[in-house]
Write a protein that binds this ligand. Structure first.
Ligand code: ATP
Ligand code: ZN
Length: 621
């Protein structure tokens, strides 16, 4: 809690404060004795001195006026006019509420670190013919570990043998188990429900997905959201104003004939009544909780700013491939005279590409037992295709735009050229060697998510580098209207379109981090899907959905809006309470202990209200 950095009242100090307060009250109301003054001194020393010291050091070192200084001043003023007991009540309640706040905020902050505790300490590592138990931290990429049924996976890796249902909820927030088999990635801390797996380690424990999630959230929590910057700024200005106001009120009371002691007491009451602790802590309490709740549901916000921006988004723009669609394309047709040579060249030129199209082509070749030809000097041309050198001469593979760049005239292929599947041509300079159609299908969760966002009155857009016919087929399937579908886009076109949307309000761009980093960056909120295991997506976005579950999008937006609502509630409540207390102090002789109770009680209440977000069930929304 750097901004509300009340001194750290540790347990011992709190115990001394409570004991001292007990003694002072006992002496005041039951049996007077030396323990009364001793108790008061104990309270002032244990609660006041550490706070005063840290506030003074902040004042001189960072030139910041800590709100807590107001509390100490008020307590001293109370003591000066002979109301030391009331000053002690103030310090005691202050110390208690500080402790509660610190605990609560710590809980919100550490909710994500709890994920770390789920990582198994040891792993069963295969060594020759046997299996030995080793510390997970010592596993290296390439090691093979055995994961028994019911066990948590000790590292990030790829399954080499075995199949199992896996509970991925710790990473993705999805409660439905997923089936995983050879070649699939598995993540540290997820649970193998029923199979025996052999997993090849891909990352050391220190840079596993879970470790990176925790690091990202911790980083996010340390960043200030815009409204947080406001409440800080407000806290600073306002603290000075309160100090001056109390002095003015003191002089005012004197001028209107109040005696010295009463005037000082009432000024001290005002100091407490008007101090803005609750206002300052309203925002961080809500944001810390929301960031943690989201992360446990598999949604990583890169900071409070992303959370606040998402609450205000008016338009969602979607990338198609790998976002609305599964990104696992299939080759659906070959149009060539020599299929094996064609596929060998295609697989060769696409050997390095990470585009889903390339993956589909490589799989199609592998299924037919065709080896990829050796193609060198391969260059990717975003949104067009790839070029390379084969011993027989240069090669290119790509769409109509790529063909045009090569000066090739495209033949008309009946039922294909005007079909609704992605069409990739293979050519050598101006000569066409053949074509392949590739189709991808919408994710199961896309339609419901799109419908839901639309029903909430948001503007939607589909943006793709693919051709119109494909975009229209997928778009219509998902309920996009003709005018919302934009195809044949270059990455720069996506950026420009996002800019157009941004003219009407905040825009979120939802992508997969492949070829759309610029649009993700241009949008007010860049959201990456399927970020578990994809470094690019994690880096490029403001919000990363660990799973491929589109439903998380609406859930994340709900959490963001709920956070904004709770922040608003908190601010209104905090300002309202302050107003009531100040009016009480100015006109109704509000006793100091009541002002303190109202002040500290209000502060604790806004923290607890913020903490409600910690329970937000993002994964079920
Ligand atoms: N490696 C590649 N091989 C062949 N063609 C490619 C390759 N990369 C891109 N293309 C061509 O460029 C088009 C646009 O690609 P781009 O990556 O911009 O969009 P996309 O990922 O297919 O779709 P979206 O924009 O919806 O994500 C593809 O449809 C394809 O025709
Ligand atoms: Zn306070």
């Amino acid at each position: 809690m750097p901004e509300h950095s009340h001194g750290n009242h540790d347990n011992l100090l709190i115990a001394v404060v409570l004991l001292g307060m007990g003694a002072a009250l006992f002496s005041a109301f039951l049996l007077p004795g030396w323990w009364g003054p001793a108790g008061l001194i104990a309270v002032y020393l244990a609660a006041g001195v550490p706070t005063a010291l840290s506030a003074l050091s902040e004042l001189f070192r960072e030139r910041r006026l800590d709100i807590d200084l107001l509390m100490v001043l008020a307590a001293l003023a109370a003591a000066a006019v002979g109301s030391a007991l009331e000053g002690a009540v103030l310090l005691t309640l202050f110390a208690i509420s500080e402790t509660l706040e610190t605990r609560a905020m710590g809980r919100a902050r550490r909710a994500v670190e709890a994920l770390m505790a789920l990582r198994p300490d040891t792993a069963l590592k295969r060594q020759g013919g046997t299996v030995v138990e080793v510390p997970s931290a010592e596993l290296l990429p390439g090691d093979i570990v055995v994961v028994r049924p019911g066990a948590r996976v000790p590292v990030d890796g790829v399954i080499v043998e075995g199949e199992a249902s896996m509970d991925l909820s710790t990473v993705t927030g999805e409660s439905m188990p997923a089936h995983k088999g050879p070649g699939d990635r598995v993540f540290e801390a997820t649970v193998n429900l029923n199979g025996v797996l052999e997993v090849e380690v891909s990352h050391a424990a220190a840079d596993s997905t879970v470790a990176r999630m925790v690091a990202l959230v911790t980083e996010a929590q340390s960043q200030k959201a815009p409204s947080e910057r406001f409440s800080d700024w407000f806290g600073q200005r306002y603290t000075i104003a309160v100090l001056l106001g109390a002095v003015a009120a003191f002089l005012g009371f004197l001028a209107t004939g109040t005696d010295m002691d009463t005037a000082l007491y009432r000024a001290a009451t005002l100091l407490v009544a008007a101090s803005p602790c609750a206002v300052v802590i309203s925002v961080p309490a809500a944001i810390l909780s929301a960031l943690s709740a989201a992360a446990r549901g598999g949604v990583l916000f890169k900071g409070g700013g992303a959370l606040e921006a998402l609450a205000e988004v008016r338009a969602f723009a979607f990338d198609k491939t790998g976002t609305l669609t599964t990104g696992r394309a299939e080759v659906t047709g070959l149009h060539t005279t020599d299929e094996s040579r064609f596929l060998a060249l295609m697989a060769g030129i696409e050997a390095q590409s990470e585009h889903p199209i390339a993956d589909a082509i490589r799989r199609a070749a592998a299924e037919r037992g065709i080896d990829a030809a050796g193609v060198h000097e391969v260059h990717a041309h975003p949104s067009e295709g790839v070029t390379g050198q084969h011993p027989d001469g240069p090669l290119w593979a790509g769409n109509a735009r790529m063909a045009a760049r090569m000066g090739a005239d495209l033949p008309h292929l009946d039922g294909v050229s005007d079909g609704a599947e992605t069409l990739i041509w293979l050519g050598r300079e101006a000569e066409i060697l053949g074509a392949v159609t590739v189709a991808d299908r919408p994710r199961d969760s896309s339609r419901a998510a799109v419908t839901r966002l639309r029903s909430e009155g948001l503007t939607l857009a589909l943006m793709t580098g693919d051709r119109h016919a494909v975009a229209r087929r997928i778009g219509a399937d998902l309920g996009f209207q003709e005018t919302e579908i934009h195809a044949d886009l270059l990455p720069a076109d996506k950026v420009a379109l996002v800019g157009d949307l941004a003219a009407q309000g905040r825009v979120a761009f939802v992508g997969d981090g492949v070829n759309d980093a610029a649009a993700l960056a241009r949008a007010d909120v860049g959201i990456a899907m399927g970020a578990a295991g994809s470094e690019v997506a994690l880096q490029a976005a403001d919000v990363a959905l660990m799973s491929n579950e589109m439903g998380q999008l609406a859930a994340a937006r709900h959490l963001a809006r709920r956070t904004a609502r709770i922040i608003r509630q908190n601010l209104i409540f905090a300002l309202g309470a302050m107003l009531v207390l100040v009016i009480g102090g100015l006109f109704f002789d509000l006793p100091l202990p009541l002002a303190v109770l109202g002040h500290e009680g209000g502060t604790v209440l806004v923290v607890l209200n913020g903490l409600r977000l910690l329970a937000d069930p993002i994964r079920r929304a």
